[in-house]
Design a binder for this molecule. Structure first.
Ligand SMILES: Cc1cc2nc3c(=O)[nH]c(=O)nc-3n(C[C@H](O)[C@H](O)[C@H](O)COP(=O)(O)OP(=O)(O)OC[C@H]3O[C@@H](n4cnc5c(N)ncnc54)[C@H](O)[C@@H]3O)c2cc1C
Length: 465
């Protein structure tokens, strides 16, 4: 692949896209060449911002004939380096293909261009009394195309599942410039292999998503939030079991006291409970009938009597619900200044206690002198383990140290049949560790599938596989 754009291609891109659709200034190259990971120096050769599918196809054809690598780019909130362009690639940003094209209230679906910002799509659904339920702290910047390319999860997976569950149609430009129109919004379509599902979670290595049709649902009735102070991770699992049995759950999240401390100090928020606890569970549920409050009270009393919970607070209005959610949602943004080494890991929910016991031991021995911030979507088996870089250590030295511990962590995960990337994807960050979760045969199959969709290897080369 070429690291510098050939002059003839530059001229054709200028002609195709005009000055606002083809950027080469230093500021744009830096901004569009990186995602949230900041793991590599951004060094793209240019940024193209098409406004139509036809332009995307023309860009792919040019890249193909000139052997130029393309990095499909969404909101660049990714946490695996998938949208990073550090080797002279051309960034293909969907930012100008951002329209909601239509909503079908009877079929309960929404069709949008891939660059539509997730929060905009959620709002468009809300305006029709419906809901697009995939949600997370970065939804104000991430794009639907990026969410589909990473099969994003988020805070309500326990109730609604991942992005995959909500995609009923996809238009994708492959590495040959062909336009695939996949599943066309159908709810039932058993006509052979479903390429839509290959594209979901493919992190830009198989095709460029240009349009999506998404299923919508009914919003939950009166959601409420309960925050519980919990003495141990094992106690959280007992609380989860009882909450699942007693409440119409929407989310079951957790965070450690250090995570809470960082958020409270950074944003000047109130402590949610009188005392401090090693861990906190944030439980969101739907108030489907007036008896739910009584059931919550009974549940909290039972958990306290069993020693699983020390104290609890329940939201009584929307403002309180939102401010309790901030304690969890603001963690990722707050700790970003310590350049955390992020591990986004998962096991089956049943295996979580075994994983925790082994990982906590590993942390005690290998990260004894480092700050460790735990949080995550524990209700679906997904934990975020963040190691903070101390001020006395260089980021490089810190990353090397953490990487060596990661191999021990991933050995534990492999042993339990878990995943080295629960929801952030593989990108650059997890590529060398993919073998801990997928067999060599599977990785080889992924490579041969890529060759079918992208025979010249121009789509996001060097990522995932
Ligand atoms: C504060 C914060 C909280 C987060 N919380 C969560 C969370 O709870 N759950 C979760 O799953 N993630 C979370 N993330 C990660 C991130 O927001 C998601 O991975 C999101 O889906 C990325 O979307 P994006 O548009 O920013 O994609 P980008 O970062 O731009 O790209 C991600 C990948 O998708 C590819 N891509 C982008 N657009 C396209 C397209 N149109 N066609 C083909 N490939 C494309 C890129 O090449 C790259 O490989 C969080 C991130 C932050 C910063």
């Amino acid at each position: 692949m070429k690291a510098v754009l050939p002059d003839v291609m530059t001229a054709k891109l200028q002609e195709l896209l005009g000055p606002s659709g083809f950027l080469t200034d230093a500021e744009s190259l830096t901004a569009y060449g990186q995602d949230w990971t900041r793991i590599a120096e951004p060094a793209p050769s240019g940024v193209v911002l098409p406004t139509s599918t036809t332009q995307v196809q023309a860009i792919v054809s040019l890249a193909r004939s000139h052997k130029v690598a393309l990095v499909p780019s969404g909101g660049r909130t990714g946490l695996s380096g998938g949208a990073v362009a550090a080797r002279g690639e051309l960034v293909l940003s969907l930012a100008r293909m951002n329209k909601v094209l239509g909503i079908d209230p009877v079929g309960r679906s929404l069709t949008c261009e891939a660059g539509a910002v997730t929060a905009m799509v959620q709002e468009a659904a809300r305006d029709q009394g419906l809901m697009y339920p995939v949600d997370f702290a970065s939804s104000g910047s991430s794009q639907i195309g990026g969410n589909i390319a990473t099969n994003a999860g988020g805070i309500q997976v326990i109730r609604y599942g991942m992005t995959r569950n909500w995609v009923t149609g996809l238009k994708v430009v492959t590495g040959t410039g062909e336009l695939l129109d996949l599943n066309k919004g159908l709810l039932k379509n058993n006509t052979g292999l479903d390429f839509r599902h290959l594209m979901i979670g493919s992190e830009g290595v198989l095709g460029i998503i240009v349009e999506a049709t998404l299923a919508l649902t009914t919003p939950p009735a009166n959601p409420k939030v309960l925050v519980l102070g919990v003495p141990s991770m094992n106690a959280i699992m007992s609380v989860l079991e009882h909450c699942q049995a007693a409440l119409p759950l929407l989310a079951f999240e957790f965070f450690s006291d250090l995570a809470l401390d960082k958020v409270i100090s950074a944003h000047g928020l109130q402590q949610p409970l009188q005392g401090r606890y090693p861990f906190y569970a944030l439980v969101e549920f739907e108030e489907v009938n007036p008896d739910v409050d009584r059931e919550v009270l009974a549940l909290v009393e039972k958990c306290m009597a069993s020693g699983w919970v020390g104290d609890a607070v329940l939201s009584h209005n929307e403002a309180q619900r939102r401010s309790l959610w901030r304690l969890r949602e603001d963690i990722s943004g707050t700790i970003a200044r310590w350049t955390p080494y992020k591990n986004d890991i998962a096991t089956t929910v049943a295996q979580v206690p075994a994983l925790l016991a082994r990982v906590e031991k590993l942390i005690e021995t290998r990260y004894a002198d480092l700050e460790v911030v735990w949080y995550g979507h524990i209700g679906d088996g997904n934990l975020h383990l963040n190691i903070l870089c101390p001020e006395t250590m260089s980021v490089d030295e810190f990353q090397q140290h953490c990487k060596s511990v990661s191999t021990e962590l991933f050995t534990i995960l492999a042993d339990l049949g878990g995943s080295v990337s629960a929801e952030h994807g593989v990108g650059l960050l997890k590529k060398e560790f993919l073998g801990y979760s997928r067999s060599q045969f599977e990785i080889d199959l992924m490579r041969s599938i890529k060759r079918e969709f992208d025979p010249d290897g121009i789509l996001n080369p060097g990522k995932v596989i």
